[in-house]
Structure formats: C-alpha cells, structure tokens
Design a protein around this ligand. Structure first.
Ligand SMILES: [Mg+2]
Length: 113
C-alpha cells in the first residue's frame, strides 16, 4: 500500500494536480469512478454479472484501479490510513453482524430479533 501511495503522490506532483485535489473534488471524482464501475453491471442479470467475459473483466479492472487511486488520494488528503480504516470497520461490522445471527441473511443489523 505504501508503494502505491507513493506512486499516486508522484503521479499527482509531476502533473501539478494537487491544486485540484480538494477533499470535495476527490470525493466527487471517486463517485464518478464508482459510477463507471457500476455502469459495467447496469442492466445485467444476476447470472450475467457472475459470468463476465475476460474483456469485460479487463474493463472492470481499470475502473477498480481508478476507484482505488482516488481513494488513496482522498485518504492521504484527510490523513486517514485506508487499511487501518478498513480493519477497524471490519471489526465493527463483525460486532454489528454476529456470524450466528447474520449467517445466510441479507438483513440490516437492526432487523435481527
Ligand atoms: Mg474510470
């Protein structure tokens, strides 16, 4: 992750794009890339979305890359370690969705009981 963060920083600095990277702009760019990712799945059936062609997967891979790059930029801008954030949230989710209650269910946590 550190290597990726450094490469993203270098890419940005070489182009003098820091000036455009306010947290607001980075969040918007992130959402645009998420939408580009979602567009590949728009109108597909559940089955089609599970059986993607290699060509489609390659295009999706590019969008996943875009999403991660903006997430790295945003995290750095806000001084948040994205891996730490993910580990912490996974821990919270484990408590919110105990395996014995959540197993096999797609319910929200407040729908248990
Ligand atoms: Mg893109």
């Amino acid at each position: 992750m550190k290597k990726l963060e450094e490469a993203v920083r270098q890419f940005r600095e070489e182009r003098d794009w820091e000036q455009f990277h306010s947290p607001k702009n980075l969040v918007m760019a992130l959402m645009v890339e998420c939408a580009e990712l979602a567009e590949h799945f728009q109108w597909l059936t559940q089955s089609q979305s599970r059986n993607l062609s290699p060509e489609k997967k390659e295009m999706i891979k590019e969008e996943i890359g875009d999403v991660l790059i903006y997430l790295v930029n945003l995290s750095e801008k806000l001084g948040i370690d994205p891996l730490e954030a993910a580990w912490e949230k996974l821990g919270k989710n484990s408590k919110k969705y105990p395996a014995d209650q959540a197993r096999g269910k797609s319910w929200k946590y407040h729908e248990y009981e």
